[in-house]
Design a protein around this ligand. Structure first.
Ligand code: AKB
Length: 317
């Protein structure tokens, strides 16, 4: 990775990944793009271009203009939004992905795009879901993710594009909020704990899903992209996770810092149905064995850091 183009750079992952990559590879070597602009550090600290990922020609022009050798494609609709607008999700998630893969093929770029625990479905084994298993998701997001994993495999096998990817669990961060995901409750809970001391969860108590703190997710992307290709057996869809948790466990952890914190429930049937179709926990053994995946943050360490950093952020506003 020497000259990197990111799509969806103002999203939840992109906002932090852009800054981390600029730190490691140099500000001018990381070209951030998004469908909108914003007054923030991603736009101000290095090259930034407006890009709608459904416009393949525009994406190609930006790749050529900056002579990029790596494409990190993040722009996508998340699970709940995709379920509300399935056709739009297909067009953005699959149209954007195939455009990005074409640019990577034409410009001989190394390629990364995230998959998700959403690539699994109700017939997948629910506990310690293996790397290679049944994938029959029942959501549009899941259909997009499985198709995306297969398409990336195809571009590697057919055209030799060095495609790589991770199946991310819910990502928790304090920098940019996620939008339209099923695991978003696990971010909102920290904001509301600090702002109001209580949180009404749209996901029911006892619903286990995998989660990971953003610093571990960023490190995982860089480690996978820098990994020795000859060691990779799976390439496009490594299970990665740091914890399998449910709302009551996060609430209990928050109470260690904010003893009066209260949680109650107003379950959203659509997002609950999505969550119920996903695994309770996934098995990241292949990622550990093939390229040394490691998560530093468990629930306790993440909650401590999240509350500290978020408190500073909210105070500064
Ligand atoms: C979502 O909830 O849609 C995402 C995901 C797990 O892929 N956070």
């Amino acid at each position: 990775m020497k000259k990197i183009l990111l799509t969806g750079a103002l999203g939840q992952i992109g906002s932090e990944l852009t800054m981390k990559l600029r730190e490691v590879y140099g500000a001018n070597n990381v070209i951030a793009t998004d469908i909108r602009s914003a007054e923030n550090e991603v736009v101000q600290s290095g090259p930034f271009e407006i890009l709608d990922v459904t416009d393949g020609k525009a994406m190609h022009e930006i790749a050529v203009k900056y002579k990029v050798d790596t494409l990190i494609h993040l722009a996508a609709l998340l699970s709940a939004t995709a379920e509300a607008m399935p056709l739009l999700a297909w067009n953005i998630n699959m149209g954007g992905l195939v455009n990005a893969l074409e640019v990577a093929r034409e410009e001989r770029c190394q390629f990364f795009t995230p998959s998700s625990i959403g690539a699994f479905g109700p017939s997948t084994p629910k506990e310690k879901t293996p790397q290679d298993t049944i994938q029959r998701p029942t959501t549009m997001y899941g259909v997009n993710k499985v198709s995306g994993e297969l398409l990336c495999d195809y571009y590697f096998q057919k055209f030799g594009v060095d495609t790589r990817g991770l199946r991310f669990p819910g990502l928790i961060s304090y920098v940019a909020p996620p939008g339209g995901g099923t695991t978003d409750y696990a971010v909102e809970i920290y904001y509301d704990a600090l702002k109001t001391g209580k949180y009404t969860s749209f996901i029911a108590a006892g619903t286990f899903m995998d989660m990971m703190y953003m610093p571990d997710a960023l490190q995982a992307i860089i480690t996978l992209m820098e990994a020795d290709a000859s060691k990779l057996i799976h390439r496009n869809s490594f299970n990665v996770t740091a914890m399998s948790i449910e709302p009551e466990q996060i609430a209990a952890e928050i109470r260690k810092t904010i003893p009066s914190f209260k949680i109650d429930y107003q379950v959203d049937p659509i997002r609950q149905r999505i969550a119920d179709s996903w695994p309770n926990s996934i098995d990241p053994t292949a990622a550990k064995e093939e390229w040394g995946f490691k998560a530093e943050f468990n629930l306790e360490a993440m909650t401590k850091d999240m509350l500290e950093k978020l408190k500073e952020k909210l105070a500064a506003k």
